[in-house]
Design a protein. Structure first.
Length: 288
């Protein structure tokens, strides 16, 4: 998601790679803060192990909150009164940590998703691009916001969240495909650097350079991302049934076909990629 905000960053050739690097320890810390309250409020372990599909997080929140709607709502509101009735008061502080992590993640996701949506609309890559490319307020103002793009991305996120109320398996498929798509988006440029015609000549003289370690780090990153894609495409439990099947790969392939079809119909005639200012040295944006 960091790369989605690259156009908003001052000196992105340096600051974007630094942000990606810093996200590793920051992600580890926030992940720990997310896991600790979950561990302290776990329901019966065997109940979670018996969950169809092997994805217990949704069921766990449902059991803690006392209802499926309550389990879904913990990500959006504190539900303090319900928690007081259903769980000991000691669970409220630790569950608020989960809510806090989820809140900050939601803000960052909405910000990155709306910015990426606006960029695609600006470059005429999505339907109704003229509508979603509009910016509310003066373009030179600090308060200018791609409101239409933000409403679109938020609406899609809400629709995906509502899927959980009907089918946890379908919801898990969309959650899994998000990781797969993100991994694929990072794997493609790395693969081009490793196996492309010009190879790592594309990043020679980069301002943010990994030096002699660049090739090795790129190779490790590509292998890890490919492993990640495979893992998130596999069922969590065996034997595999229509309930325990991981449909993330099906959703991924489906969206890939939709994207390819839209490119053939519209993209190859109108999409030209993000604009590059003529007064910017394109070599300064290279990274390793």
């Amino acid at each position: 998601m960091i790369t989605s905000m690259a156009e908003e960053v001052h000196d992105p050739a340096i600051q974007v790679p630094q942000a990606i690097t810093y996200s590793v320890p920051i992600g580890a810390l926030s992940g720990l803060l997310f896991l600790l309250p979950i561990v302290f409020t776990l329901p019966d372990i065997q109940t979670l192990l018996d969950v169809p599909g092997g994805q217990p997080i949704g069921v766990m929140f449902t059991l803690i909150m006392g209802s499926q709607a309550g389990g879904f709502g913990i990500w959006f509101i504190s539900m303090s009164s319900a928690l007081t009735e259903l769980q000991p008061l000691t669970n409220l502080p630790v569950l608020s940590l989960v809510f806090g992590i989820g809140l900050f993640c939601a803000i960052s996701i909405c910000c990155a998703a709306s910015r990426a949506t606006w960029s695609f609309a600006r470059d005429k890559a999505i339907p109704f691009h003229a509508t979603f490319a509009r910016v509310s307020g003066s373009a030179a103002s600090a308060s200018s916001v791609p409101l239409n793009a933000h409403l679109l991305s938020t609406g899609i996120q809400l629709a995906l969240g509502l899927i959980y109320l009907g089918s946890s398996e379908a919801f898990n498929a969309f959650v899994g495909v998000a990781v797969i798509c993100l991994g694929a988006s990072y794997a493609m440029p790395i693969a081009i650097l490793l196996f492309g015609k010009n190879g790592r000549k594309e990043v020679e003289g980069a301002r943010f350079s990994l030096g002699r370690w660049g090739l090795l780090i790129n190779a490790i990153a590509l292998v890890w991302v490919m492993l990640e894609i495979v893992l998130f495409s596999m069922p969590a439990v065996v034997p595999v049934t229509e309930v325990t099947m991981n449909y993330a790969s099906v959703v991924f392939v489906g969206f890939a076909f939709i994207s390819a079809g839209w490119y053939m119909i519209n993209g190859r005639y109108h999409y030209a990629g993000p604009p590059i200012p003529s007064d910017v040295d394109t070599d300064s944006g290279k990274g390793s």
